[in-house]
Design a protein around this ligand. Structure first.
Ligand code: F0G
Length: 457
């Protein structure tokens, strides 16, 4: 028999989590106005709100913290991380930032101006936010297959090259760069193929445009290339990552994902002129060049985390766990986005509750019911997140109305996944007893999902 994968680590320290009762949770979530962000974490048993900054560091990362150099200028921790970034991604220049959105803020301060158009695969919220804040436009050129949750496609994160070419053909003067998100979080943690990256580079070269990678989950993307793309089966993760980034001019990174640290980010690039321009904003917004919003010890832990996340053994167990949960849900007949992505399982709420209209925030209903059932916290990726149309003031209904169950790295066991699957099955079994969703009683004008207050209909 072929040996199954097993975690390439054992557990040295544990953190207790508290179970609660059904009745307690009914009360707590009502007090939280049916907004899961309002729950204090001690009221959550299994927290799948995000995989961002929630991972467990290794003993070697903790050891690196002790070796951190906290010098304001020229810290050895900076040089250690610079060398690691050069070795892994091939970029000569780098600037630390306090997290991913800060990297976007700094780089876009140099590159984005009013009226610009920035094509790519589904831009993450903060990326889109930093583009729109500058009165520019994010143009989503993701392939259509990504929006059909039941359709199998190995690389649902891909950019549709025809859509991209059309934007460039019609508006090339207004396009400062193309941005590719690896993996495509918004479309379900779906990967982008090497072939697609190569094509994007070809189009970019034709129009002399830069290609920037939003790289939060770059290592998970590389794992999918190795396991799904022809010709890459025998290449190491590190070799694949090197090739992926050979097609980019610069990258932004949220280190809270595939850096396996709790906070941090960076920008890296080939071009010295761009580095010098970005340096000005980095010093203003983040901090001096050699720390930019990060402690020296955190840069050390990040350098070590990048070495660990770019190993096949780690990625196999990490993505294996996400797929284990997906498989369990499928066995229970629960409608999920397929194939399962790298960091999360996305549950299709419109298919889960076909009898409740989208205008009653069905993905939020599902997230709330899952919490009540088992103390499991997921997050709505649907109408609440989509905000209102700024012109008409009407709710915008996204094509996909989902609950994302994002799995933190190296934190939970497969027994926890089993528990989550059963909790969701119990909600599925009583789905017809649930007849109505929610109405909004308070909302902020933008990014409303963080603070929205709801009442049951
Ligand atoms: N890009 C992607 C693809 C992301 O998923 C995120 C964050 C960011 C950029 C911003 O990075 O949080 O370090 O400022 N995603 C988190 C999530 C919040 O839950 O998916 P950040």
């Amino acid at each position: 028999m072929e040996l199954p994968y097993a975690e390439p680590f054992k557990i040295k320290m544990v953190e207790h989590i508290r179970k609660s009762t059904f009745e307690e949770r009914v009360r707590w979530i009502k007090d939280a106005r049916y907004n899961l962000f309002n729950l204090s974490s001690d009221k959550v048993f299994i927290d799948l709100l995000t995989d961002s900054g929630t991972g467990a560091m290794s003993d070697k990362q903790w050891a690196e913290l002790m070796l951190g150099d906290e010098s304001y200028a020229g810290a050895s921790s900076y040089y250690k991380l610079k060398q690691t970034i050069h070795d892994i991604f091939g970029f000569k220049h780098f600037l630390p930032t306090h997290q991913g959105r800060a990297a976007e803020n700094v780089l876009f301060s140099v590159l984005v101006k009013e009226g610009d158009m920035i094509p790519g695969n589904s831009h993450f919220d903060t990326t889109k936010g930093h583009i729109e804040f500058r009165r520019a436009h994010a143009i989503d050129c993701t392939i259509d297959e990504a929006f059909d949750t039941t359709l199998y496609h190995s690389f649902k994160g891909n950019v549709d090259i025809e859509k991209l070419e059309k934007v460039l053909k019609e508006h090339h003067q207004r396009v400062p760069f193309i941005i590719v998100t690896l993996t495509n979080n918004t479309a379900g943690g779906q990967p982008v193929s090497i072939e697609n990256l190569r094509e994007i580079r070809r189009v970019a070269d034709r129009y002399q445009k830069m290609v920037i990678f939003d790289s939060a989950r770059f290592a998970e993307n590389a794992y999918f290339i190795k396991t799904r793309e022809k010709g890459y089966e025998n290449r190491s993760i590190r070799e694949i990552v090197k090739e992926m980034f050979s097609y980019a001019d610069a990258m932004t990174m949220s280190s809270k994902k595939d850096g396996i640290v709790n906070i941090g980010g960076f920008i890296a690039m080939r071009d010295e002129k761009l580095f010098k321009q970005a340096t000005i904003y980095n010093i203003m917004f983040e901090g001096y060049i050699t720390y930019g919003g990060m402690a020296g010890r955190d840069m050390n832990a990040l350098a070590q985390g990048l070495h660990e996340s770019t190993t096949f053994e780690y990625l196999e167990s990490r993505i294996g766990q996400v797929h284990y949960l997906g498989q369990k849900l499928k066995e229970f007949g629960i409608p999920i986005q397929e194939p399962v992505g790298g960091h999360a399982v996305f549950v299709d709420a419109l298919k889960f509750f076909p009898h409740i209209p989208q205008s009653e925030y069905v993905a939020q209903l599902l997230a709330v019911e899952l919490y009540i059932e088992g103390g499991v916290r997921g997050v709505e990726i649907g109408t609440l997140l989509a905000d209102r149309d700024p012109i008409t003031g009407q709710d915008r209904y996204p094509k996909l109305e989902m609950v994302r169950l994002a799995i933190p790295r190296r934190v939970y066991t497969n027994n926890h996944m089993e528990y989550v699957a059963v909790a969701l099955k119990n909600v599925y079994d009583r789905r017809n007893e649930l007849k109505r969703g929610f109405k909004i009683v308070y909302e902020a004008p933008i990014l409303r999902h963080f603070t929205v207050e709801l009442e049951r209909l």
